[in-house]
Design a protein around this ligand. Structure first.
Ligand code: NAP
Length: 297
């Protein structure tokens, strides 16, 4: 049986993944589809060329090398009768928790305001509440959200959460001083960080978007910052990546930018997790990260 790695990563990254998968699986892994496409039942993908999966007639299981599968779901040719799993890797959730805790602490300790004061040579202490006085709201409480919730709770922040199955969005927005987006990008969640949501938040509250760029209605952000409706925005993900050099977000003092760096899949760990999941699939056991085509995540 042949397992291909299907990807549009650069050649070096693609070869690294292929080699690590081969090592973890203990069997050959091809770059791209093999000549005998009918022999492929399992494929590992990282941003594959659109339509490529549809050329494998006997495919039964797709393992994504990434946690987010919104790119795959956007391919109209994605075979929806084939089981699809996104990557579940605890090292990824740990990285996300670290990044979110760092951004929340920076906002809590008023890093943007002190940076502005430093630029003016201004020595002035700002009032500093304790973490227990800074409610944080998490949109989404899945693999990433749970790890972030744990880290923030350990630091003393009161944490509330909203998911598809629990929590009240209005209540969360009304009480939180910092709102962190950890939702998957689906038709229901696209544009959720927009004017209608900002209007329900506390005046001057901050947002942190580490979900996907499509969650933010980009045109609504600068007006909300300039009117004081929002105090600050930390953005790790964007509608167009890399963020174009002339994008106004780069130079806005109310915006902190990181280059989609909150949680990056480690190929060595990712290949091991992918191989474990493939072994589960072959053994007829439940796989981790099985995607529901009904909910889109
Ligand atoms: P996940 O395990 O699937 O969790 C998703 C959470 O969102 C669940 O709690 C789910 O609710 C909730 N949800 C889904 N649709 C909803 C809706 N319509 N309304 C309310 N809640 C909804 O996903 P994850 O692995 O934690 O990933 C979360 C996000 O992080 C994704 O956007 C992913 O792409 C992104 N991510 C970003 C980076 C980065 O470097 N920036 C790295 C990795 C992942 P239920 O609990 O009720 O199902």
């Amino acid at each position: 049986m042949t397992i291909p790695f299907l990807s549009r990563l650069d050649p070096e990254a693609t070869e690294l993944w292929r080699g690590l998968l081969e090592l973890a699986l203990g069997e050959p892994v091809t770059l791209g589809p093999p000549d005998d496409r009918g022999a492929v039942e399992i494929a590992v993908v990282a941003n594959p060329p659109p339509g490529q999966l549809a050329t494998l007639p006997n495919l039964k299981f797709i393992q994504s090398a990434w946690a987010g599968i919104d790119g795959l779901m956007a391919d109209p040719a994605l075979p929806r009768h084939v089981a699809l799993a996104r990557l579940i890797d605890p090292t990824l959730a740990a990285q996300m928790a670290e990044a979110v805790a760092a951004h929340v602490l920076a906002l809590h300790r008023q890093a943007p305001a002190y940076a502005a004061q430093q630029a003016r040579g201004l020595w002035r202490k700002l009032p500093q509440p304790p973490t227990t006085g800074r409610p944080v709201g998490l949109l989404g409480y899945g693999e990433m959200g749970r790890a972030c919730g744990k880290a923030l709770t350990a630091l003393g922040f009161p944490v509330s959460r909203w998911t598809r199955s629990s929590g009240d969005l209005g209540e969360l927005l009304a009480r939180s001083e910092i709102v962190v987006n950890l939702l998957p990008l689906t038709p229901e969640t696209r544009g959720i960080l927009g004017q209608a949501t900002f209007a329900r938040m506390r005046p001057g509250a901050a947002i942190i978007n580490v979900g996907r760029g499509g969650h933010l209605a980009e045109a609504d952000l600068i007006p909300a910052l300039e009117s004081g409706q929002l105090g600050h925005a930390v953005l790790d993900v964007f509608e167009t990546e890399p963020l174009p050099a002339d994008h106004p977000f780069w130079r806005h003092p109310g915006i902190t930018i990181t280059p989609h760096a909150a949680a990056i899949t480690d190929p060595a760990s990712g290949a091991l997790r992918a191989a474990e999941n493939i072994a589960r699939f072959r053994a007829g056991q439940p796989v981790t990260g099985l995607v529901s085509f009904a909910t889109g995540y």
